[in-house]
Ligand binder design. Structure first.
Ligand code: ST9
Ligand code: NDP
Length: 553
């Protein structure tokens, strides 16, 4: 059976969705009475299961549920021990995070609602104990599946294990849940990045997941590595490939479970909630902003006319919670896909970033990052050769000089290594910044139209109101405060450091001019003549402008 929904099917679903009456009679099969409940009322008394709760988006989901749906009964979160920390330690550290400050103020006992369940998603049965399986089967009402490996360089076997097989296992667990009302899967807008126009449908998978899983089982890692480029074909990495397979796996259950699939684009720092600029990782734009703010990144390749489809994390989470409510209350007959993007609604182009980048850079100059390598001054270009030129002049050359100084002073050279890692990371991101996609996001609009005015405020995902320069500035400050944990009171020292870097640059440039003079100009009569000619021309121009400005005054 083809998994691609026909256009008419999709449009019909949408028409019904925007027309309350026909939706209830035609495509819904239950809880009509609840349809008028607000989102917070719906979640009241519900037990929610969340995977990936310790991750970037998972944490924001947990926080928002606790803050805006205070009557929620319990949040069961699947957590694994990691980096020598037990599950309990990790959860208690997570709850101390600044992100939870507002919830803590409202309800200091909020942590009592969080029930950690030990689980390693790559293990059979997700490594959940039989007692826990029984507990979850008996009480869970809604599942939010956020966990995934989001690394672009993940070996295929591991990406498949986590993004596809674990999703299958979670769906099996969901089948055992007696009171399950909705299963919400977090995918990515780039799952189908091999297409230019992406509708809110599940496209046929590049390969039947079951067959791939069976084939990879017997292959050793070397063979899998060798055939990966052939398998992923026109997708850029194993991440987007396995996320596409996961969507298909989830869709297979659409007749037995109420399913919603959320496809966010490039998820960035929070826009408004719980406070502007909250972010906790180096992924996507965050790492780029930090590298630019530290004066390391000076050039990056992007297509000026392409949409830079950033979406704030709080918008994604508000939409996810609203989709959970909608899926449970309206029970669409087939899985609804929500392309959670900004490009079609409030577009922001890479070319515009050239303009906004001054906001980024001036934000970093006003609120500089500590220990910057150089003064922040990054440029975007769509031209491969120009980018390569600036990489040589502004990245590799300063790194060589810095490493030389380190060597001469008996220290270990490190800058070239940092730049090599940066170039690898940027190289992986460039696929997304140098192309254009068009996402249909009608289900997002449909969902908004279904919310009460109150819910539209509390669970705001209307990105038309997003002011990009303000958002980008808060994002930059957020990377400083929450990713790098730098103290805002140390800003004067960071500014002082930038002034020192400026003086070093001036000194370096002066020395360069003197050097060029000594080596080239002072030794040739013709070069000297040209030099004097240029200087006298400049002088004449200056005199002319001074004279004409005196006249006008
Ligand atoms: C010019 C300015 C303006 C530009 C505008 C913005 C441009 C935006 C660019 C376009 C973005 C497009 C993204 C597309 C997203 C698709 C959306 C999704 O679905 S999926 C979601 C998107 N998914 C992604 O974005 C994933 C992409 N990332 C990856 O796949 C990998 O990180 C990697 C392959 C790039 C590097 O791997 P590897 O070399 O192995 O390095 P590790 O990762 O293992 O990190 C090692 C350590 O270094 C730390 N650290 C890292 N960065 C920085 C930094 N900048 N500084 C300091 N530190 C940094 C890191 O914390 C770690 O510390 P620790 O934990 O050890 O203490
Ligand atoms: N960030 C983005 O820009 C975008 C993200 N998405 C999607 O959103 C979802 C969440 O992404 P994000 O929060 O950014 O990702 P993170 O990497 O921050 O979080 C991933 C989560 O998955 C958990 N996890 C990973 N491996 C395992 C495992 N073996 N067993 C148990 N748990 C595991 C992690 O737990 P642990 O803490 O133990 O590692 C963590 O909680 C993903 O599905 C992603 O595809 C979609 C579009 C863009």
């Amino acid at each position: 059976m083809s998994t691609e929904l026909s256009e008419s099917q999709d449009l019909n679903g949408l028409e019904q969705a925007t027309d309350g009456t026909s939706r209830l009679t035609d495509i819904c099969s239950g809880t009509v009475g609840n349809s008028m409940a607000s989102i917070a009322e719906y979640y009241a008394g519900k037990s929610v299961l969340i995977t990936g709760a310790t991750g970037f988006m998972g944490k924001v989901l947990v926080e928002k549920l606790l803050r805006s749906c205070p009557e929620v009964k319990a949040l069961y979160i699947l957590v694994r021990p990691k980096a020598g920390q037990s599950m309990q330690q990790r959860v208690s550290d997570m709850m101390k995070c600044k992100l939870f400050d507002r919830v803590r103020e409202d309800n200091p006992d909020f942590y009592q609602k969080i029930i950690p369940i030990s689980s390693e998603l790559t293990q059979p049965g997700l490594a959940i104990s039989p007692e826990d399986v029984e507990k979850l089967s008996a009480c869970i009402n809604i599942v939010f599946h956020c966990a995934a490996t989001i690394r672009f360089d993940e070996p295929l076997k591991h990406a498949l294990q986590l993004n596809v097989i674990a999703t299958q296992q979670l769906l099996s667990l969901a089948h055992q849940m007696h009171h399950l009302e909705a299963f919400i899967h977090i995918s990515t807008a780039y799952a189908n990045c091999n297409r230019k126009h992406i509708d809110e449908v599940i496209y046929p998978p590049p390969v039947e997941p079951k067959k791939l899983i069976e084939s990879l089982e017997w292959m050793d890692d070397g063979i899998v590595r060798d055939i990966t480029p052939r398998l992923i074909s026109d997708r850029p990495n194993t991440y987007t490939y396995t996320k596409a397979l996961a969507e298909y796996v989830v869709q297979q259950e659409q007749h037995r479970l109420n399913i919603g699939i959320i496809r966010p684009s490039i998820v960035g720092a929070s826009w408004q909630e719980p406070f502007p600029g909250w972010i906790d990782n180096f992924n996507g734009p965050s790492g780029v902003f930090i590298a630019a703010g530290k004066g390391i990144l000076r050039t990056m390749r992007a297509n000026n006319d392409a949409v830079a489809d950033l979406i704030p994390v709080d918008v994604v989470i508000n939409l996810t919670l609203a989709a959970g409510w909608y899926t449970a209350v309206h029970r669409p007959k087939t899985a609804l896909v929500y392309n959670c993007t900004t490009g079609g609604i409030n577009p922001f182009h890479w070319g515009e970033i050239g303009r906004y980048i001054h906001h980024v850079m001036s934000s970093f100059k006003r609120n500089p990052l500590e220990q910057a390598f150089r003064r922040p001054n990054a440029n975007i270009t769509s031209n491969y050769l120009i980018n390569q030129y600036w990489i040589l002049v502004s990245h590799k050359f300063p790194a060589l000089i810095y490493d030389l100084i380190l060597r001469l002073t008996g220290q270990k050279p490190q800058m070239m290594r940092i730049f090599n890692r940066l170039h690898k990371a940027i190289g992986l991101l460039e696929y997304f910044s140098s192309q254009d996609w068009e996402w249909n996001s009608e289900n997002m609009s449909m969902l908004m139209s279904q919310l009460t005015p109150e819910d539209r405020k509390t669970f705001n995902f209307d990105v038309r109101q997003l002011n990009w320069p303000e958002y980008i500035e808060n994002y930059c400050i957020g990377t400083k405060k929450y990713v790098l944990n730098e103290d805002m009171s140390d800003i004067p020292a960071a500014r002082q450091h930038l002034r020192k870097l400026r003086n070093i640059r001036y000194t370096f440039n002066t020395l360069l001019v003197v050097f060029i003079w000594r080596v080239f100009i002072a030794r040739s009569q013709m070069a000297r003549n040209i030099w004097y000619f240029v200087v006298s021309l400049c002088f004449k121009f200056l005199s002319y402008f001074r004279a004409s400005s005196t006249l006008t005054n």
